[in-house]
Design a protein around this ligand. Sequence first.
Ligand code: BTN
Length: 321
Amino acid sequence: MSDKKTEIIRILKEFEGKSISGEELGEALGISRTMVWKYIKSLQNDGYPITSSQKVGYKLDHVPDILYPENIMSGLENRLIGRSVIYYDEVDSTNNAAKRIARESDDGTVVISRIQKSGRGRLGRPWISPDGGIWLSIIIKPKISLAHASRLTILAGITVTKIMRDMGVDAVIKWPNDVLINKKKVCGILTELNAEIEQIEYVIVGIGINANNEIGDFTEELRKNSTTLKQETGKPVNRVELVQDILSEFEQQYIRFNTQPFSSILDEWIELSDTLGKHVTIMTPTRMISGKAIAITENGSLIVRKADGISEEVIGGRCMY
Ligand code: BTN
């Protein structure tokens, strides 16, 4: 969105439902009334409910639930995460888009899209991403070793689960990093990185949340195992507020990550997860392991005690219980 349009929205929001004349808006922006009118028309086309009257001017009825940068950034007090937000109406995958711009982007940049045409899940699976969901990627440039990069996925899982619990739903983390409500998946996380030798250049934390998207858009198999926040809460959620909450919480978690021992974060993961103690079967690309999930390591691997009493460390895979 152009800077002028962002400015107009910011000013209209400040007026909190009161009207402002085209002349005043024009003066504030250093543009003519005709230009103001053109920008207003374009904003109305974008879905902003702006009413205009010749007598009193322009008024924003309410902030629409569209994930535009100016909506997400207004009121977000973060110092790092979401200081820059890039929006697409449609994109192949926000993780791909984030990778394309990561090098020249600021640490904490967020890429978000209304729709993903080729959304990607873990283990090479597609991630269905229609309108109504939240599909976003956070670009992070952490000063950590390659071996610790998976910890950022853990932070993201904690973040989403906590925010959903604050909304009043009973969300849990299923290892490695799915968020479930009533045993059905509501959020998936895909972390990817670029590194040279041991040095991480950037990490992309991709978060996909089934928010207000329709269950009917899922394949039959997904329908059995997936849910949406709308379905669980009985009403559409405000996605702008939810994204703001997630970005704020992720920043808090990231500050903790940089300042405190990782064990405190892991303790929180254990509290929010329902995996430990359960009998699990994990499919990896090369093998299948069954047993009791007894612990999680500092890098997010699961320790599984098999029937023969031998414990194995599993880095990732598809977990069933
Ligand atoms: C999973 O398989 O559980 C991970 C799903 C991750 C989906 C998100 S949506 C935003 C980002 N862009 C992608 O293509 N994937 C991630």
